[in-house]
Design a binder for this molecule. Structure first.
Ligand code: MN
Length: 171
């Protein structure tokens, strides 16, 4: 996978439908569960709960995680692409920025484009709570609501139901 800075947003129909926002930082996918998914409206903050880092090759995964396994349910590649870090003067790297609780980057996805920011707001039940929101730029759009109007996979065009029907047989 080289040194490419990739990101992926998995739509994950587990016990509760949510989105997993994953950003390559170092050699892993730093990951956050975003219950409502990302908004394209500037400053529309969405809760993002930090979860386990995932291996890089998970970025391409779409399918069904069997019952009894961690994350059981249907997983869709809702968006993916590359990103460019936006670092403050006192931040040397994305690792640094994440430790400091503040991340900024420009997404080059199929659905999501332009600047986004994340900020750590605290801890709850041992998990870091962050918010993620769109920065105000030419890609900000309050009317678009991509989680509703663009629900399907950017990898295969499939809906969650189609993924489950086609890949869930052995699950
Ligand atoms: Mn998940």
């Amino acid at each position: 996978m080289g040194r490419k800075r990739i990101f992926v947003i998995h739509k994950h129909d587990a016990s509760q439908l949510h989105y997993d926002f994953r950003l390559r930082i170092g050699d892993v996918l730093a990951s956050w569960a975003v219950p409502k998914g990302l908004s394209t409206e500037a400053n529309d903050k969405r809760l993002a709960i930090r979860v386990e880092d995932h291996p890089l090759d998970y970025a391409d995964f779409e399918g069904v995680i069997p019952e009894g396994e961690y994350g059981a349910g249907t997983v869709m590649v809702w968006d993916q692409g590359t990103y460019a870090p936006i670092l403050d003067e006192d931040e040397k790297s994305m690792e640094d920025a994440r430790e400091g609780g503040s991340l900024k980057f420009e997404l080059h996805g199929k659905k999501l484009k332009g600047g986004f920011a994340m900020a750590r707001t605290g801890k709850r039940d041992g998990k870091e709570q962050w918010v993620i929101f769109k920065l105000d730029d030419e890609h900000a759009d309050a009317r678009r609501k991509p989680t509703s109007t663009e629900p399907n996979s950017v990898k295969t065009g499939r809906s969650l139901e189609e993924i489950e029907a086609e890949e869930g047989k052995d699950a």
